[in-house]
Design a protein around this ligand. Structure first.
Ligand SMILES: N[C@@H](CCC(=O)N[C@@H](CSC=O)C(=O)NCC(=O)O)C(=O)O
Length: 283
């Protein structure tokens, strides 16, 4: 399996290793890059079996933002959790306009499967995150079979939709400042109309508030949202998710954190909580 992966870099951190790989991915029909943090336990020849937490980043990010800014590795190392951090979109596919804006195309894959040409040939980040990447990354360590998912902003939306659509594949979900109701905000409108077309019925399949409202399987779900987030009212709309959870009796813990903005300073302030939250369900 690992012969499909090309190692880009490897850095020792908190006794474990942060590795970056590139590989050809069939789901998105192009070369992709991802990062993986392997705690020391994963590097032992004994190969202790470990769970994985997938982290999905937001608009404009690559696989590197979370590694460089979140400060997650100390807790992941102590808890024995492998972190798997994909890029946020296909890149370099030579599609018209793919690099023209920060909120669509490169760096803005929205973790869905596009149905509209020309995006549908490559922009299938849902299948990449849920199927392709686990197949490639989990053989890198002695995977326990337990995985959870988290993310920020567009990546928080991604974590929610990947797990709500595939509850059997994840033990728990968390998110920082997720785009909760993309059908009803400018970022989501732009992405969904271009990737999915204008039939708003199709959008519901990729909207966390819609999916949560009709979920039959329930997963532990933690969300942190900063009260001073500059995108809170226009783009993120947590109230839609709270209403859907309340109607569906879905156990959502949404913590409004006073004074925090949308940045990685917010993520760095609470990432340990999220790792401890997932650790409860990954053992
Ligand atoms: N360019 C825009 C917004 C960019 C931004 O805030 N990106 C966030 C994610 S937003 C939702 O998905 C981010 O994580 N940026 C990377 C980082 O390292 O901070 C603007 O400037 O308004």
């Amino acid at each position: 399996m690992t012969d499909k992966l090309q190692l880009i870099s490897c850095n020792k951190v908190h006794s474990g290793e942060l590795r970056r790989y590139k590989h050809q991915a069939s789901s998105v029909n192009c070369e992709m890059t991802f990062a993986v943090f392997l705690p020391l336990q994963a590097l032992n020849s004994q190969g202790e079996s470990l769970p994985a937490l997938y982290w999905l980043s937001g608009l404009t990010c690559t696989d590197e933002n979370f590694s460089q800014k979140s400060g997650a590795f100390k807790a992941a190392s102590e808890l024995g959790i492998v972190l798997i951090m994909p890029d946020t979109s296909p890149r370099g596919c030579n599609l018209p306009g793919e690099d023209d804006s920060y909120d669509f195309g490169s760096g803005a894959g929205f973790y869905l499967n596009a149905t509209q040409a020309p995006w549908s040939e490559h922009y299938r980040m849902h299948d990449y995150v849920v199927n392709d990447l686990p197949e490639l990354a989990e053989p890198l360590f002695n995977f326990s079979g337990e995985r959870s998912i988290s993310g920020h902003s567009m990546g928080g939306h991604g974590a929610l939709i990947c797990a709500l659509r595939n509850p059997q594949r994840y033990n728990s979900i968390s998110a920082f400042s997720p785009i909760c109701n993309p059908s009803e905000c400018p970022w989501g409108n732009k992405a969904f109309s271009n990737y999915l077309g204008n039939d708003r019925q199709q959008w519901k399949e990729w909207d966390a508030s819609e999916l949560l409202g009709k979920a039959t399987d329930q997963l532990p779900l933690l969300i942190d949202q900063g009260s001073a987030d500059e995108f809170l009212q226009l783009q993120l709309k947590p109230q839609a998710l709270i209403s859907a959870a309340s109607k569906a009796d879905y156990p959502l813990e949404l913590r409004m954190q006073s004074g925090y903005d949308h940045s990685y300073f917010f993520i760095a302030s609470f990432i340990e909580d999220h790792l401890h939250f997932h650790a409860k369900y990954l053992k």
